[in-house]
Design a protein around this ligand. Structure first.
Ligand code: TYD
Ligand code: MG
Length: 466
């Protein structure tokens, strides 16, 4: 590379791929026209090169005996928001770096402001740094959320050197950076939000977090357009990555953990956006099933797992005769190709004449579910709509459907059945292998009021339900 103090590197603004020359198409993410030239100073390149460089926490480079490393359990801070604590793996770990990503306007700032409020109330010193909004704007949002104690400090700043200085002076326990795309480092000449700025800023925050033991939350906007570097380029540098998802038009929000060095991933937290900020949704299944139509054909409840949590969802299908040569198929909230495949299985293995039918499949509530365990639910809802036959509203189905029409076992069947029972369902159609397990375990634990129908094939399910 260049011999001087600075080098120019071309970064893909979409995925962060580096190149020494400009390219029309990114070889990594295949996006076109995303390369932008950025100047990186030697020191910056070093710091952000491989995952932020060595994490210096004051210790020398001596190896130690793993068995003798002590873990302090009590160092996890509770945020006071149960759903978030669970997603984080039991609370905020001291000195951790957490990325909270999501579309603009989804509620990232609101959630973190609520976290700050709770922490400040339990006498922890927190510092909320905003590069996006003015003090008055933040105050206006804070007023909707509630009262804040004196432990909550606010800073509107984008220069990372100043921020570093404030953190070292004020010594907060928790710092929120809202958002990483607005942060600016003098070492890097690129504009805020560019890949090299975002990486360099995260590198600085990483050093601060590990060095001083402050827990840092970084907000990152995910945008499809290449103008602002997506936080995906810094996923590998942080300890925990949380994504805030949800339909802009529905009020619920799902917080998903996609990487967690301190707990299980794929845990979700469910929230609802209200007038006074985000509230936890404790019973997510109930929330997802509200407003379910009664006596409607094509509606089936299935059970999916979100991490370790069972979640009941409603699948709706509408199958009607096509007026055109090529039938229309549409899937909302699940995989389109999967729906086509399941319809082909129904047609071939059970002789249901679907070839001339339009089909629309929808997971209600704006949820996106890719788990194969909802296959059986999709198949039953399609058939129910095709035959215009209403299925028992107290019925729930789950199971993966294979290409020969067999119903394959899924994981955590017991938890799914228990959730269905809790929600008042009475009939459960599930893979035969899982049914065997459940029958064995259910002897005395009061699951007798649930009728369990184990099926080996889709045809079995059709025979016992229609
Ligand atoms: P915000 O936290 O600003 O989103 P982000 O930081 O992810 O960009 O959330 C903004 C949205 O939330 C905004 O559209 C208004 C809504 N909102 C409420 O409905 N109720 C509330 O109490 C608050 C604070 C925001
Ligand atoms: Mg915001």
């Amino acid at each position: 590379m260049a011999k001087g103090k600075t080098a120019t590197i071309f970064f893909c603004q979409n995925c962060g791929h580096e190149s020494t020359k400009w390219m029309g198409q990114c070889p990594a993410c295949k996006e076109w026209n995303t390369f932008v030239e950025e100047t990186v100073s030697k020191s910056a390149a070093k710091a952000s090169g491989s995952g932020g460089g060595r994490v210096s926490s004051g210790q020398s480079a001596d190896p130690c005996v793993l068995a003798q490393v002590m873990i302090q359990e009590e160092s996890k801070l509770l945020t006071g928001i149960g759903e978030l604590d669970r997603v984080l793996g039991g609370g905020i770990v001291q000195g951790s770096l957490t990325l909270v990503g999501g579309d603009p306007g989804i509620g990232k700032s609101t959630l973190l402001l609520q976290v700050c409020r709770n922490l400040a109330q339990s006498n922890h010193r927190v510092l909320y740094i905003s590069g996006e909004e003015s003090r008055v704007q933040i105050k206006m949002r804070a007023d909707r959320i509630g009262d804040f104690t004196d432990q909550m400090l606010l800073l509107c700043e984008t220069n990372l050197e100043d921020i570093e200085e404030v953190i070292r002076r004020e010594k907060p326990e928790v710092v929120v950076i809202d958002s990483i795309q607005t942060m600016f480092n003098d070492n890097v000449s690129a504009a805020p939000g560019s890949v090299s700025q975002v990486r360099e800023s995260t590198g600085v925050l990483l050093q601060l977090a590990k060095g001083l033991g402050v827990s840092v939350f970084i907000v990152g906007h995910v945008t499809k357009e290449g103008t602002v570097a997506g936080p995906r380029v810094l996923e590998h540098m942080v300890d925990t990555v949380l994504y805030f998802e949800g339909d802009r038009y529905a009020s619920y929000r799902i917080l998903r953990s996609v990487k967690n060095r301190f707990g299980s991933t794929n845990e979700i937290g469910v929230f609802e956006m209200r007038e006074q900020g985000l509230t936890e949704v404790v019973n997510a299944s109930e929330y997802m099933l509200t407003g379910r139509p009664e006596n409607a054909s094509g509606s089936v409840v299935a059970c999916t797992m979100e991490g370790t949590r069972p979640l009941l969802i409603e699948i709706q299908a509408l199958v009607c005769h096509s007026n055109f040569g090529i039938p229309r198929r549409q899937a909302t909230g699940t995989d389109f190709n999967r729906v086509n495949l399941l319809m082909a299985v129904l047609e071939k293995r059970s002789g249901v004449q679907l070839a001339g039918c339009d089909a629309y499949v929808n997971i209600t509530g704006g949820m996106k579910i890719m788990e194969p365990a909802i296959d059986l639910g999709i198949v039953l809802s399609i058939l129910s709509s095709f035959r215009n036959q209403v299925l028992n509203p107290k019925l729930i189905a789950f199971g993966e459907v294979g290409l020969s029409g067999e119903v394959r076992g899924v994981s955590m069947a017991k938890q799914r059945v228990a959730e269905a029972q809790k929600m008042g369902f009475e009939i459960c159609v599930l893979p035969w292998v899982n049914a065997k397990d459940i029958a064995r375990g259910s002897a005395g634990d009061g699951k007798d009021n649930m009728q369990i129908i184990g099926v080996k094939t889709v045809q079995d399910a059709i025979d016992s339900l229609f």
